[in-house]
Design a protein around this ligand. Structure first.
Ligand code: NAG
Ligand code: NAG
Ligand code: NAG
Ligand code: NAG
Ligand code: NAG
Length: 345
């Protein structure tokens, strides 16, 4: 706590953003890993700006006209694979998402956030950035974390985890693979991105090597950035709440865990996520330079350094599907995955 006060006095900022974004699209597109492929290999659930399409490039902050995020200057896109339930009879159904109760936007608007994710931009931890200035991502910046080809615990990375939700507020109990037992309030998927940048490249051939991860798991304080990747960027993290309630009476009789990512991963070690920066102008840097935290940075009904919109306006923003196929209802196979099941994408 003493260190925290010292940093404040020294004028070093330590903003921590946590905000909700409703679903903007669910379809097989991946402008980052498979640009131009319509459809991409597997189904994604996407939040953020409506400039999302198969080939998006350049300064996304100048391209969107609406966003499903609380902050109206954030046209970034954030996405992960979609989660499906595999019935004993071989059929699949997409698991719906629900909003994080900790966002607490109720009262500010009469409609709840539709699906989506909780997005974080923090520093070394919630309360400090150590002695380093936090540099916002430049226009065109993109990255991924994790890999759909990882199929065992040795390949899993800190910060890519699952929480078996006993209640909507369960936190801290994390596993690198899908929970093996039914989870009363659903499954939370957690993705922490790397936060050290090489200072030069907005992307790299594997979409990862321009960044270096100092993530230790959870929201624990990160280690220092190495000389190869010296620029401290915000620590981006996603939390996705998957509502498994509809499947609670369909757990397989053989006891096997029935949830599967859209790229046919039933273990869960291949969990991965994509980030495409799209904050307008210097809005993200403006927020990072501040000392606000969570709702204090602005939320529906509460003024802050960032401009906000109502939940109804978030939910109203959407992207048209360019891939004509069913991703909903009971499906005979996972879209794009064929049969029999494959482990990798
Ligand atoms: C994606 O959007 C950009 C900018 O509006 C446009 O130039 C491009 O043609 C779009 N690509 C697809 C595949 O629709
Ligand atoms: C599997 O079970 C679900 C839920 O009862 C049902 O809707 C679906 O049609 C079944 N699929 C097959 C192939 O029987
Ligand atoms: C993981 O690593 C441990 C220790 O090196 C090894 O014993 C084990 O076989 C590895 N597991 C897999 C699935 O590769
Ligand atoms: C989860 O899904 C069930 C229906 O399957 C629904 O009744 C419930 O309201 C959902 N929970 C949340 C928090 O959205
Ligand atoms: C953020 O702070 C840095 C260092 O004090 C300053 O140079 C920059 O102009 C600030 N940017 C914004 C958008 O406030």
């Amino acid at each position: 706590m003493k260190l925290h006060i010292f940093l404040l006095q020294a004028g070093i900022a330590h903003a921590a953003l946590r905000f909700g974004c409703s679903t903007v699209s669910i379809q097989r597109l991946d402008p980052l890993v498979e640009p131009g492929n319509i459809p991409s290999a597997h189904v994604h659930q996407i939040v953020g700006g409506n400039a999302f399409n198969a080939t998006m490039k350049g300064d996304i902050g100048e391209q969107g006209t609406c966003t499903t995020c609380v902050y109206t200057e954030d046209f970034s896109n954030y996405w992960t694979a979609a989660m499906y339930f595999r019935h004993e009879n071989g059929s699949y159904k997409r698991v719906p998402q629900y909003p994080n109760a900790q966002l607490g936007y109720e009262g500010s608007d009469d409609s709840a956030i539709k699906g989506g994710m909780t997005i974080y931009y923090t520093n070394k931890d919630f309360n400090s950035n150590g002695d380093q200035y936090i540099t916002a991502f430049p226009p065109g910046f993109r990255m991924t974390v994790g890999s759909p080809t990882v199929d065992n615990v040795n390949g899993s990375k800190p910060g890519l985890r699952y929480t078996c939700l006993q209640t909507i507020l369960t936190r801290g109990y994390e596993t690198p693979d899908f929970p093996k037992e039914p989870c009363p309030a659903g499954i939370m998927a957690i993705h922490h991105f790397p936060a050290c940048w090489d200072g030069k490249n907005v992307d790299s051939p594997d979409h990862q090597s321009h960044m270096f991860s100092t993530v230790k798991g959870g929201f624990r304080e990160a280690g220092p950035c190495p000389a190869s990747h010296p620029v401290r960027m915000p620590q981006v993290a996603y939390e996705t709440m998957w509502n498994t309630t509809a499947f609670k009476d369909m757990w397989p009789k053989d006891g096997s865990q029935p949830f599967v990512w859209s790229y046919s991963d039933s273990k869960g070690y291949g969990t991965h996520a994509d980030y495409l920066f799209g904050w307008k102008g210097d809005s993200l840097q403006r927020a990072l330079n501040d000392t606000c935290m969570f709702h204090g940075c602005g939320s529906p009904g509460m003024q802050g350094i960032l401009k906000t919109q109502t939940v109804a306006d978030m939910n109203a923003c959407a992207v048209e599907n360019t891939v004509e196929e069913d991703t909903e209802g009971w499906l005979e196979q996972l879209p794009g995955q064929g049969m029999p099941m494959r482990i990798s994408a």
